[in-house]
Design a binder for this molecule. Structure first.
Ligand code: GCU
Length: 616
């Protein structure tokens, strides 16, 4: 009884401890957690993959963080103890006997009992390793939704908050030659002060949802770099390379063999070397010519072999200029939902299927909503020639007056840009989606926009704004527009408001002389459900919305792009309508099983005939 009481109080205490971000206590883990670092091009480095089957233990009370055995001692499931005869206390977990779970992959779609699960789950796997002399070893995590903790051989490596960005934990001191084990705890519980907050219109897929590996680098290594084409006519590549733990004066080299171009520079006290490399014969990247070059980035003993395109993007009045020429963005929005199998997308096949459908639709542009998609998707966009709107999950009504929330949003922005800054495909960093136009919100997002500009001056800043209406006039005058280069606006005429035909009499009043992207519009349709143009949930109704939208869009003089909502049906807990939604948002132009709906062909025809937006 005593132990039972002690155990429950320990669980409560450990839960409280967790909530207060594991304030160090007499029973804190053996070693302080390291702060994870951002690595550019981690996926371009040789790595020891830890993907595959991991042991999993579902732990709704997070008992495993501190399992309580007796008064003076506490330990946790991160120690991976093995019961031995004569132990003075019971070991009440055993990874060897625990069910397996695949990594990468959300847990919700791997086990029926986890479909709606929100809480902590423990992961464990054994691995053998042979460390090289004088190297750093990083545990690379593509993403873990939402809060995650990592131990190697029982030693705390790091913890991380944020479900859609990659991070890297220094595990050098914990790994040894031979047999090792790694334990992770991932908790997808939503909290009001998270980013995103409690409410989202997508499934809270939990777990180690992207790749996980070990990356070995020299003591002084290239952690981040930014190489991009300078705006203007010429072919001047500019940027910088940062060397972590290097001596000032370290020589950095950038070489593009195909252009017989090479330059070198030395790092300053800040570890950064400025790069300037004028090349001749450069074929600029564009959707029509998605040319990628091998780029070798070297510093001391380290090197990264990148694959990059070079292009410029800027605005001029209400025009978006790609490589100096006006472009209209024929696009579509995409969630990272895996076609056919559903669940969090992460494979090359997932990326090529989704982006292949976008190309088939006639797109030159995709809005990767509402969180940073993975490197797999972005590399595919580079290869396939699709311009990208990348977005951080500042979605709906966050706690905009909470400094912890701003710090979290800034951390995720740093990770998003630091990881993905060299993808030619990305032209827009979106700061937010449909946030309420309060003073606190505007300040919060202006802070993010300034941060994004300081991190990356070569791209455009946008956000998807809510739009107010006066009768049949849509008014775009959200104060946040002042902080943006390109205005995004979402509207649902014909679905959430009035009727499809209302679009015919709707006018737009835009307070900013800036390019406008209609970042969302559309309506739900169950694939295969047919009826009249005014029968909701049918393909005909959805097609009717698109027909009337296209006419209205062509009457917006400064429209420079569109990304209708959404390419493919995606799972959301807000959509329970049996027989129609079944926990899916059905605004897809294609069902989660790849069935193209009538509206797909309406939009495809419009894009192919350049019937919407300014012809290229
Ligand atoms: C909103 C929101 C989307 C959501 C969509 C819908 O505009 O941005 O995330 O899925 O509307 O209601 O379907």
């Amino acid at each position: 009884m005593k132990h039972l009481f002690a155990r429950s109080s320990a669980i409560l205490l450990s839960a409280v401890t967790l909530m207060t971000l594991t304030v160090s206590s007499a029973w804190a883990e053996p070693a302080a957690a390291q702060t994870p670092i951002v690595m550019t091009g981690a996926d371009r480095r040789p790595a020891t993959s830890l993907d595959g089957d991991w042991a999993s233990i579902v732990d709704p009370y997070f008992a495993g963080l501190y399992s309580f055995h007796h008064e003076e001692k506490r330990d946790g499931w991160f120690l991976n103890q093995k019961a031995k005869p004569g132990d003075p206390f019971p070991i009440e977990y055993d990874y060897a006997k625990a069910p397996r779970i695949k990594v990468p992959g959300d847990w919700n779609t791997q086990r029926a009992s986890l479909f709606f699960y929100e809480g902590p789950i423990w992961y464990e796997r054994d691995f053998t390793y042979k460390p090289k002399e004088h190297t750093h070893i990083y545990l690379h995590v593509g993403a873990a939704n939402y809060r995650s903790y990592f131990w190697v051989n029982g030693q705390k490596a790091c913890e991380h908050e944020g479900g859609y960005t990659s991070f890297n934990c220094d595990v050098t001191s914990a790994i040894h030659a031979g047999e090792n084990f790694v334990v992770a705890a991932v908790d997808n519980t939503r909290h009001e002060d998270n980013v995103p907050t409690l409410e989202t219109d997508w499934w809270n897929y939990g777990g180690l949802t992207r790749e996980i590996s070990l990356i070995e680098v020299p003591q002084a290594f290239i952690d981040q770099y930014d190489l991009h084409l300078k705006r203007g006519e010429g072919s001047a590549i500019e940027g910088w390379v940062h060397v972590d733990s290097g001596q000032p004066g370290t020589t950095v080299e950038v070489e593009i063999p195909e252009l017989a171009a090479k330059t070198s520079a030395v790092t300053g006290d800040d570890g950064r070397a400025a790069i300037a490399l004028t090349v001749s014969g450069l074929e600029r990247w564009s959707p029509g010519t998605p040319k990628l070059y091998k780029v070798h980035v070297r510093a001391g003993q380290d090197s990264v072999d990148e694959l990059m395109g070079f292009r410029t993007v800027e605005t001029h009045g209400t025009e978006i200029l790609l490589n100096g020429k006006p472009i209209f963005l024929h696009g579509v929005s995409i969630h990272a939902e895996a076609p056919y199998r559903t669940g969090r997308a992460f494979t090359d096949k997932d990326a090529e299927t989704l982006l292949g459908w976008a190309k088939e639709l006639g797109c030159n542009f995709v809005r990767l909503a509402h969180y940073p998609h993975d490197e797999t998707m972005l590399r595919a966009a580079d290869r396939m020639g699709l311009l990208v709107w990348s977005e951080n999950p500042v979605y709906w009504a966050l706690q905009f007056d909470n400094p912890k929330v701003l710090a979290e949003a800034e951390q995720q922005l740093d990770e998003e840009i630091g990881t993905s800054r060299n993808h030619a495909a990305i032209i827009l960093w979106s700061m937010a989606n449909e946030t309420p136009a309060t003073e606190a919100r505007t300040q919060f997002i202006e802070t993010l926009a300034s941060r994004a500009r300081a991190l990356d001056s070569s791209r455009l800043i946008t956000a998807a704004l809510l739009v107010r209406a006066e009768g049949h006039t849509k008014i775009v005058d959200d104060a946040l527009g002042n902080a943006l280069d390109v205005i995004g606006t979402n509207e649902y005429i014909g679905w959430y408001e009035q009727h499809p035909e209302t679009a015919d009499v709707t006018e737009w009043r835009i307070a900013y002389q800036k390019p406008l992207i209609m970042s969302e519009f559309g309506g739900d349709a169950k694939a295969g459900l047919h009826g009249g143009d005014n029968d909701r949930w049918t393909e005909e109704y959805q097609a009717n919305i698109y027909r009337h939208q296209l006419g209205m869009l062509n009457r917006i003089p400064q429209l420079r792009g569109m990304s209708p909502w959404v390419l493919m049906d995606f799972r959301s807990p807000n959509r329970p309508l049996v027989g129609i939604q079944d926990e899916f948002n059905r605004k897809g132009l294609i069902s989660d099983q790849g069935e193209k709906k009538a509206a797909f062909f309406i939009l495809q025809k419009a894009y192919r005939e350049n019937a919407v937006g300014k012809p290229e």
